[in-house]
Design a protein around this ligand. Sequence first.
Ligand SMILES: NC(=O)c1ccc[n+]([C@@H]2O[C@H](COP(=O)([O-])OP(=O)(O)OC[C@H]3O[C@@H](n4cnc5c(N)ncnc54)[C@H](OP(=O)(O)O)[C@@H]3O)[C@@H](O)[C@H]2O)c1
Length: 302
Amino acid sequence: MFPFYTLDTIAEATRLSPPARLSVFGDPVSHSLSPQMHDPALAACGIEARYVRLEVASTDFLKALRTIRDLGFIGTNVTIPHKFTALDSVDEVDPAARRLGAVNTILFRPDGSALGRNSDGPGFVRTVQEEFGAEVKDLRILLLGAGGGAGGAVAVQSALEGCHSLTLTNRTEAKAAAVAASLRDLLPGDRCRTIPWTPEALAAALPDIDLIINGTSLGMSPEDPALLPEGTVTSRHFVYDMVYKPLVTPLVATARAAGAKAINGLPMLLWQGVQSFEWWFQRPAPVEAMRAGLEEAVSRRI
Ligand SMILES: NC(=O)c1ccc[n+]([C@@H]2O[C@H](COP(=O)([O-])OP(=O)(O)OC[C@H]3O[C@@H](n4cnc5c(N)ncnc54)[C@H](OP(=O)(O)O)[C@@H]3O)[C@@H](O)[C@H]2O)c1
């Protein structure tokens, strides 16, 4: 068994039992946890298929897509650095993925054409529903790190859902301002605003926020500074840290100590995977099998 396949070896994976029928394209790709989430789901549903990692160089994206289509794949996930290439390489892009500016899930239709979708946005919505019992549309959201890839996707999806309000901040302010400008049509007036990345501005904003999201990479290292001023997170906040290494980040620990409901980034990884599975198979995904597979894979790595 390979930790990942290449274009030279992928045909071998289709001769395994069960055969490879789904993949994740990436470069590098060996770190991807998606097989550990999708293989238990396929087994739980009795689907004779396997999910594999496929290392694809940027210049080979189209070749890779045609290769797996011709080998009988159902579809593929797409991760760094291909999410933007994928947008221009598929035959059709669904409108939400177009607005998110990236494709992370591809489905082959019976005629061989490729449809590009993005499960990160819907995965965020389902994370909020399942983990907080709330709807994005009802929430006043503060997003730290609005200028990054992950933060940008959450900002767009929050606006697509018509969230009550969206407050964006980012170390590099111009990036948050650009995201806010791109969302004006969806959140007119002062429903979308930016604030400076300062303790004063954050402390002033937090009393009027329901959901706090960390979309930065801060929290991965023990030396990282605290994200929020002391005492500003309270028990009525929902806190969602997109970081999942460590599993209990400083932000999650602080929020839980204040009595707030707080989660790390694993649920979003899970729910975007659930969404992709449901698009490929048009049936409810076995969520608990996927959650168990993902948690086991992460605990081995941490
Ligand atoms: N849970 C999930 O499913 C999921 C999915 C994707 C990513 N993630 C996580 O989300 C985080 C961001 O990933 P990404 O792909 O969006 O990365 P990215 O595109 O490189 O963005 C990084 C973000 O972090 C900010 N940042 C970095 N260092 C900072 C510092 N010292 N102080 C303040 N802000 C800082 C950046 O601000 P500037 O714009 O100023 O540089 C930017 O907003 C990572 O921890 C990643 O593991 C989770």
